[in-house]
Design a protein around this ligand. Structure first.
Ligand SMILES: *Cc1c(COP(=O)(O)O)cnc(C)c1O
Length: 348
């Protein structure tokens, strides 16, 4: 990938911070180079700034090269890094088809980058022609969330490939929910499309939201540039160790995913028997977008019963919609019980 087109001017000659561990590699007896506290404890040393073991582990699982892997303090850090690397504040713009995950726009605003927001269709699919007409010479990034949040559906692969072929900036595909979908995702397209950047996370299917591990996969040139601008010690030793432990037990993740998918289908059928529910959108993720007669009243009723869901009513195409995460079997029963009570209360 030739970065000259998208890279911020000030970064072309950036000399990154060189950590003590960058200047001396190898093994020594005595480390007096990083002003660490010498009293031995689990965390008295700085973590590996390159997250080498974790990146190698992920690379082998995903069948990519470690040089195509970047670890962020959550996906959110990776999204922010993309803006800081590639978008000139006050000049450049990005395309964020709506409705989708809110962090792309928040990061754009923080970085003073203009947002173009063509709508998804009412079925939450990409309108490729509309998107292509929004592109100009200052368009650097297009954000695609696949499966999309808050709608839950996978996007048409052909549409994403068209954007990859027609756009010379980066197409960022956020695959936070890909482990719940019947899709391999786009990682297999990485080598043929250097302008593809895929974001995944350990926060959802892997059940490690509190650990803050987001992963970026991209062309080696893009990854090496982002590694230069990320804070050197962005991932704690603890998080690196725990992430590796979890990745060594994929069966555990797969079991949880299977349970959640079974629970999702049970919820779909139980929600379908409630008369105030107008539509349950098809989901390829661990949540359901549900359209109803009166989302606000339903939301308030659930809160009274101690159940919190996400009111997405104010988003385009999501009028009167609640977004409901799939919980444990017991939590889902509590949800359905409360919704039956709500139905009884409004039909009186
Ligand atoms: C939950 C979610 C993430 C995860 O973000 P982390 O910072 O990795 O926890 C990323 N993208 C989307 C669309 C999400 O819904």
């Amino acid at each position: 990938m030739n970065l000259d087109f998208i890279l911020r001017k000030s970064l072309r000659k950036l000399k990154p911070y060189s950590t003590a561990r960058d200047e001396f590699k190898g093994k020594a007896f005595v480390y007096l180079d990083a002003n660490e506290n010498p009293s031995e404890s689990t965390f008295n040393r700085y973590p590996d700034p390159h997250q080498t073991k974790l990146r190698e582990k992920l690379a082998s699982i995903k069948n990519v090269s470690p040089n195509q892997v970047l670890i962020g303090n959550g996906s959110d850090e990776i999204i922010d890094l993309l803006f800081r690397a590639f978008c000139e504040p006050g000049i450049d713009n990005v395309i964020i088809p709506q409705p989708t995950y809110g962090m792309y726009s928040v990061c754009a605003n923080i970085n003073n980058v203009e947002i173009k927001q063509p709508l998804l269709t009412e079925e939450f699919q990409l309108e490729v022609e509309r998107i292509l007409t929004e592109i100009n010479q200052n368009t650097k990034l297009i954000f695609i969330c696949n499966p999309n949040n808050p709608s839950g559906n996978l996007l048409n692969l052909k549409s994403i490939l068209t954007l990859l072929n027609q756009f010379k900036g980066l197409v960022v595909v956020d695959e936070a929910y890909i482990d719940f979908a019947k899709s391999q995702g786009l990682l297999t397209f990485l080598n043929d499309h250097p302008n593809l950047f895929v974001i995944q996370t350990l926060s959802k299917a892997w059940g490690l939201a509190g650990l803050r591990i987001g992963i970026g996969y991209g062309a080696t040139s893009v990854i090496s540039l982002l590694s230069k601008i990320k804070p050197p010690y962005n991932i704690s030793s603890f998080a690196q160790q725990e992430a590796i432990k979890a990745l060594d037990q994929p069966e555990q993740k797969n079991t949880v995913v299977t349970i959640l998918l079974t629970e999702r289908e049970k919820l779909v059928s139980r929600l379908g028997s409630l008369s105030f529910i107008k539509r349950i959108y098809h989901s390829d993720a661990n949540f359901l977008l549900v359209k109803m007669a009166n989302a606000k009243d339903c939301y308030d009723h659930l809160i009274q019963d101690g159940i919190v869901v996400r009111d997405r009513s104010s988003m385009t195409h999501c009028e009167n919609c609640l977004r409901i995460s799939i919980g444990t079997p017991n939590e889902n029963i509590l949800l359905i019980t409360s919704l039956h009570k709500f139905q009884t209360s409004i039909s009186k």
